[in-house]
Design a protein around this ligand. Sequence first.
Ligand code: GLN
Length: 231
Amino acid sequence: MTVSSQTVSHTGDYCCTSAKSGLRQAEQLAAESEQRTVTVGVLGLQGDFEKHLEMLRRLRDVMTVVVRSPEELQRCDGLIIPGGESTTVGKLMVRYGLDRAIKARAQQGMPIFGTCTGLILLAREIEGSDQYRLGLMDITVRRNAFGRQIDSFEIDLEIPAICDARPVRAVFIRAPIVSEVRGDVEVLARLPDGKIVMVRQGNCLAAAFHPELTDDTRIHQHFVDVVRAQT
Ligand code: GLN
């Protein structure tokens, strides 16, 4: 008798738990499907902006805009500045009035993620160069920091603040490094020899490598989460 009543009671509990967890799942799905769609722009003046767009299109509830004018920037909740050639991108930014437009949006708190050339353009100081830069981060960068012999390389990088326990496969192409950080700049990743390759300060995030060139969407997802939290 006791055994059988226990059995019944267990079965009841089981049904109840499963119904509850089903409900929770449904609520979670509803909450997720109701999450706000955000618009992320990718600066499309030069360089590998297509790869960033492809990455963003794999994420949920994200619209993308190729940004080549202040009007296009106005539609964005966040901006990615991709890899390319930083002197060229800097000059084109100025030519199209995007220099002032990006700085104005940054001051209003729009999140910006710079990769490689994007990192260079976000820096306040560029070693040995007076090329145009936005200067939004209190960092000094060294362009082409790995020299001609090491044009490009890949390495597993720990980025605990963003990417849990599993390292990120980081692709470096004629990459810069951050040679100095000041103020409240946070170092997010270093190479094994200590070179700084990912930083954040306020609404700006910057990486010396190319997260758009692997299959791993975690860094883009992190940026989209930051953008969503800001809107
Ligand atoms: N070396 C380039 C520059 O100085 C950056 C390279 C890249 O974006 N992959 O602008």
